[in-house]
Design a binder for this molecule. Sequence first.
Ligand SMILES: Cc1cc2nc3c(=O)[nH]c(=O)nc-3n(C[C@H](O)[C@H](O)[C@H](O)COP(=O)(O)OP(=O)(O)OC[C@H]3O[C@@H](n4cnc5c(N)ncnc54)[C@H](O)[C@@H]3O)c2cc1C
Length: 405
Amino acid sequence: MPSIIEKDALIIGGGIAGLWMLNRLRTQGYDVLLLEKNKLGSGQTIASQGMIHGGIKYALSGNLNTASEAIADMPEQWENCLAGTGDIDLSDTNILSKHYYMWPQNSLRSRFNAFLGSKALRGKVTKVGENNYPDFFQTHIKGPLYELKDIVLDVPSLLNSLSKKHQSNIKLFNCAKEWNIEKNAEGEFKSLTLKQDDETFIVRAKQIIISSGEGSKDFLKKLIPDEKLPNEMQMQLRPLQMTIVKHKHSDPIHVHCVADQLTATPEVTITSHKCKDGDTAWYLGGELAESGANRTEEEQIKVAKNKIGELFPWCDLSNARWHSFFINRAEALTKNGKRPETASIHQYLNISLCWPSKLTLAPDLGQQIINIFQGKNIPPSNYTNSDLDNLKFPGIATPPWDSMP
Ligand SMILES: Cc1cc2nc3c(=O)[nH]c(=O)nc-3n(C[C@H](O)[C@H](O)[C@H](O)COP(=O)(O)OP(=O)(O)OC[C@H]3O[C@@H](n4cnc5c(N)ncnc54)[C@H](O)[C@@H]3O)c2cc1C
């Protein structure tokens, strides 16, 4: 006999989106099950740089546009969560840096510096006095150097904070393998049948929430016939090639290195991470990663070595280990293929397709899902289900600098 499990919501995918929504819905009393096919965060989330930004990066294109406005409230919401006073308790998440720096290297070309010092950004960007430069930059750069209010988080510890109180609601299961979906006559999601070893579970849920990143497309295919799939439920992929430099220098750097042009993408965006073996990893994103999508791994490492050598000539990296890998950003389709500016949830009957667009925008996504449940008048149920004890908790993904060859 199959076990029948009744839930208010079934979430597919345990990256930042799925985990944030699980927390918000559980706090409102909803009975929720999250299924993850791999380890938590395995897709984009564990590969992210962990920056919670307030939009200044996007203001670099010259004006404070929709992207920077949508994101402006986010750092405060995260800070409340990190202090244990927000919608979700993240008080045990490690903060890698409370500031992010912006270093326009060509300080003589002042268009950029004038913008960073402009009235529009007052209070959001501070020029750092030379005596207060972070250790890594001390005496080495002429400046100027700017401090942004952005923070950098340790993503594995964030995933741990988001999952540890809900382990019995988070289960390892590959929804693309042994499973079957049942819909009602109107096409609404009714149940998902899972087979594991000799057991069969039928999970019924009022709402199914798809937060499977790049995997969403395959899952959606099983739920909505191609001809009925609304345009706004299409996905776009933006490929990146990220680079890791592993070495023994211990001074951390968290910096956008920006060239002379005002664009939303810094030349190189660097975050620093402590590796399990005690080494430091610099994780390199920004334009280097975007243009790197068109290079081979060898070419990317060559370009990265040249760029880092040019930026930090005083830093000896002769014993460093270099590694790069490809990863896609999976997002809602935009008209021009550019980055979406907001988090979004697309509804089709009782199916929600969720795109945070950025780690930073997870609180916005969390509020949107609560609004949907309240808007549909879905009351929290008092189900007394077995919690799928035979399915395991997936565990947390390993960050790329601890899994590099
Ligand atoms: C290299 C990189 C750096 C980034 N840096 C930043 C940053 O510094 N700051 C920022 O704000 N944003 C950043 N982002 C963006 C941010 O990481 C993403 O927007 C966000 O992590 C997406 O989260 P998600 O939960 O939607 O998807 P994902 O993290 O991709 O999670 C999807 C999950 O679904 C699971 N899954 C897939 N298919 C199935 C299935 N069939 N059944 C069950 N589970 C399934 C996957 O295993 C995965 O765990 C970065 C992105 C990348 C790629």
